[in-house]
Design a protein around this ligand. Structure first.
Ligand code: ARG
Length: 374
C-alpha cells in the first residue's frame, strides 16, 4: 500500500511548525520521508510525530465536546506489539492507566499501522453485552447484541445478565483468527447508580463503567492509517443518563425511573420523561462523584468547549464541529453551542469509522451442548 506523499508532507509541515521547529529541520525530515516512501512505499513516524498527530486528531474530532484537553492525552507507542499476548497486555495496561483509580487520564495506545496491523473488534474496550432472546426481549445493552453474538460464536459464554462485561476480541493481523480474551474484573472500575434524594432509584440496579475507551475507529496521521488505536477521555453524564440508560433502543429505563419517582406516566404532558431524565442524570453525576470517578456535567463541558474555541481562535485555527453532536441531549439550549453554527469540515489527522471486521467475514458458530468429539 502506497502512502500519499502529499498528505505526509502536509502533515509534517503543519505539525513541525506547531512544534516550533525551524525550516531546516522540516526540510530535512521531508527529504528523509520522501526517500523512505520512494524505497518502501511508506514511512515510519517518529514518536514525536505520532504524539502530535494523535493530539491533532483529537483536536479535529468534530463530534467531541471535550476537546479543550486535546494537548493532554498520553500517547503510548505500541507499534512493536504484534502477538496477541503483547496486544492484550498493552490493552490491559491502557485500561489500568486510564482508569487510574477513578482519576481518569486520557490515553491512546497506537498499534502497528497499515492493513496488516492488528484489529480490535470491540466498539469500546469495556462495554456491556446484550442478548436477544427468542421472544424479542433483550437482556443487557441492545447496542451490543450483534457483537455479543460474535463473541458467543467464538466460544465465549456470557452470564446473560444486564451488565456483563464483554471480552476483548483481538485479531493480530488481517489473516489471523480472532482471539477472545476476558478482561480481569479487577481492572474494570464500575459505578452503581443511586439518587441522592430518591433512594428507590438504586433499586433499579443500574451501573455503568468508569472509562469509555473507543476501540473501533482508525486513526489517520500524515497518510498513515492506524487501524487499532484505542483512546479514551472521561464521561459526560448525559452520555450515560440521557442516552445509554434512556434511549428506547438502549436500556430504555425512563418509565422505570419515573415509576420510582412516583410520576404520572399516564399523561405525556406531565413531562414525566423530562423529569425522569433530569433525575437520572443527577443520579449518574452524584454516583460518580461519590465513587470518586471523574465525570463532567454538560454545563461545565459546554464552558470548557467555549474555552477550546477561544484557544483555537487565538492560535489562528478554525474550530470545526458537528452541531448535532456538540449540543448535549439534555437542555441543549442552555449551552452556547446551541445558538451557534460550526463548519463540519473534516481536517486530518483525525479518527474515522472503518468497517467492522466481523461484518466482513461469515463466522461459523461454535457448536455447544453436544458431545465435543462428534
Ligand atoms: N457515548 C459513548 C458511551 O456512552 C462514549 C463516547 C466517548 N465519550 C467520551 N466521553 N470520551 O459509551
Amino acid at each position: 500500500m502506497l502512502v500519499d506523499t502529499e498528505e505526509a508532507i502536509e502533515f509534517l509541515m503543519k505539525s513541525y511548525v506547531e512544534l516550533g521547529k525551524d525550516a531546516a529541520a522540516i526540510e530535512s525530515r521531508i527529504d528523509v520521508v520522501h526517500q523512505e516512501i520512494a524505497q518502501t512505499g511508506t514511512y515510519t513516524q517518529t514518536l514525536e510525530e505520532l504524539t502530535i498527530g494523535a493530539k491533532m486528531a483529537w483536536r479535529n474530532s468534530n463530534r467531541c465536546v471535550g476537546r479543550l484537553f486535546w494537548d493532554r492525552i498520553q500517547v503510548v507507542d505500541a507499534r512493536a506489539a504484534v502477538t496477541v499476548s503483547e496486544i492484550r497486555d498493552a490493552l490491559f495496561e491502557h485500561i489500568g492507566k486510564a482508569t487510574n483509580g477513578g482519576q481518569i487520564r486520557p490515553f491512546i495506545t497506537i498499534f502497528k499501522p497499515g492493513s496488516d496491523g492488528p484489529r480490535i473488534w470491540n466498539h469500546q474496550l469495556i462495554r456491556y453485552a446484550g442478548y436477544a432472546s427468542e421472544n424479542g426481549d433483550i437482556i443487557g445493552d441492545p447496542a451490543s447484541v450483534s457483537f455479543t453474538e460474535v463473541c458467543e460464536g467464538l466460544g465465549w459464554r456470557g452470564a446473560h445478565g444486564e451488565f456483563d462485561i464483554l471480552p476483548l476480541v483481538i485479531q493480530e493481523s488481517a489473516d489471523a483468527a480472532p482471539t477472545v480474551i476476558e478482561i480481569p474484573p479487577e481492572l474494570v472500575l464500575e459505578v452503581p447508580i443511586a439518587h441522592p434524594d430518591f433512594p428507590q432509584v438504586a433499586e433499579l440496579g443500574l451501573r455503568w463503567y468508569a472509562v469509555p475507551i473507543i476501540s473501533e475507529m482508525k486513526l489517520e496521521i500524515g497518510g498513515i492509517t492506524y487501524q487499532a488505536a484505542p483512546f479514551n477521555g472521561w464521561y459526560m453524564e448525559t452520555e450515560i443518563g440521557a442516552r445509554n440508560f434512556a434511549d428506547e433502543g438502549r436500556y430504555n429505563k425512563l418509565a422505570a425511573v419515573a415509576e420510582k419517582l412516583g410520576l404520572n406516566t399516564k399523561r405525556l404532558d406531565s413531562l414525566w420523561k423530562d423529569r425522569a431524565l433530569v433525575e437520572l442524570n443527577v443520579a449518574v453525576l452524584d454516583s460518580y462523584h461519590k465513587a470518586k470517578v471523574q465525570i463532567v456535567d454538560h454545563h461545565t463541558a459546554a464552558r470548557q468547549f467555549g474555552q477550546f474555541e477561544t484557544n483555537e481562535q487565538a492560535a489562528g485555527r478554525e474550530v470545526t464541529g458537528e452541531w448535532a453532536w456538540l449540543i448535549p441531549p439534555v437542555s441543549p439550549a442552555t449551552t452556547h453551542m446551541f445558538h451557534q453554527r460550526y463548519p463540519n469540515k473534516i481536517v486530518k489527522p483525525n479518527f474515522f469509522y472503518q468497517e467492522a471486521p466481523f461484518e466482513r467475514t461469515e463466522i461459523t458458530p461454535v457448536k455447544r451442548g453436544g458431545c465435543p468429539f462428534h
